[in-house]
Design a protein around this ligand. Structure first.
Ligand code: 6PG
Length: 250
């Protein structure tokens, strides 16, 4: 039996709001306990509305944003000003409107010519901010936001790509042949140390792959989102009815 909770909402707006409320609740608890909240943002288009909801009343007033450290789960090999940049989307929808200080923003530098070096550098940044050493166990993020692509990928863990089998590095350059490009991505071992994972998936085009991921046999090479199973963390799925429309169990 897989350990996750699943909430099906009438539409993307409600699902985004429900996920945002979990982000706020976990943030408030982390800040109350440890005076800090470490958050990994997801990319693509789905989370834009979630970010906007976090950056507007009432939720924006419920978190001490100066205590939040922002990271990214993956990034495309484009400049931070590119319309394809996950960083740019988050800056427009969340970081800018909240006035987040640069020191709290830990961008994945995927525009670099040498992505292996960029991955190593990001690992050191994670170790520095989360106050651990790369020689020890991967650090635990308080919350990781994730989406799912129509092919079952999450962050830039695409089907049958090398990063799925990475067991030492926390962040790697991942060659994605079908995109004819390399991506920077957090690895399963880092994601699976998280205390809380929130998947936000909406839209009818995700219904088939979601049914395979949540109700089909485990096949992480073909369905990378299935690799996200934090042994000590909780996984919460927020779907709209369209994305959940083919699930047998709701
Ligand atoms: C990326 C994301 C990726 C995303 C899925 C879903 O860089 O593209 O990190 O994993 O979450 O592709 O994307 P949409 O939300 O656009 O469907």
């Amino acid at each position: 039996m897989r350990k996750y909770t699943l909430q099906v909402c009438p539409d993307a707006e409600h699902a985004s709001r429900a996920a945002a409320e979990v982000v706020v609740a976990v943030a408030r608890e982390a800040i109350a306990d440890r005076d800090r909240f470490t958050l990994v943002l997801s990319g693509g288009s789905t989370p834009r509305r979630l970010y906007q909801i976090l950056a507007e009343p009432p939720l924006r007033d419920q978190v001490n944003w100066s205590k939040v450290e922002f990271f990214w789960g993956d990034e495309r090999p484009v400049p931070p000003t590119s319309p394809d940049s996950n960083f740019r989307m988050a800056r427009e929808a969340l970081l800018g409107p909240l006035g987040i200080a640069d020191a709290q923003i830990h961008r994945l530098p995927a525009e670099r010519a040498n992505l292996d070096a960029a991955a190593q550098e990001y690992q050191m940044e994670i170790a520095r901010v989360l106050d651990t050493s790369f020689l020890s166990e991967p650090p635990q993020f308080d919350l990781v936001l994730l989406g799912v692509g129509p092919d079952g990928h999450t962050v830039s863990l695409f089907p049958a790509t090398p990063a799925l089998k990475e067991t030492h590095q926390w962040v790697v350059r991942n060659p994605v042949l079908k995109l004819r490009s390399d991506r920077l991505t957090m690895t399963p071992m880092l994601l699976n140390r998280a205390a809380c994972i929130v998947f936000l998936v909406t839209g009818y085009e995700k219904a088939d792959i979601l049914t395979e991921i949540l109700e089909g046999p485990i096949d992480t090479q073909r369905l990378p989102a299935q690799i996200v199973r934090p042994p000590k963390g909780r996984v919460q799925w927020f779907l709209d009815e369209a994305a959940a429309s083919k699930l047998r169990r709701k």
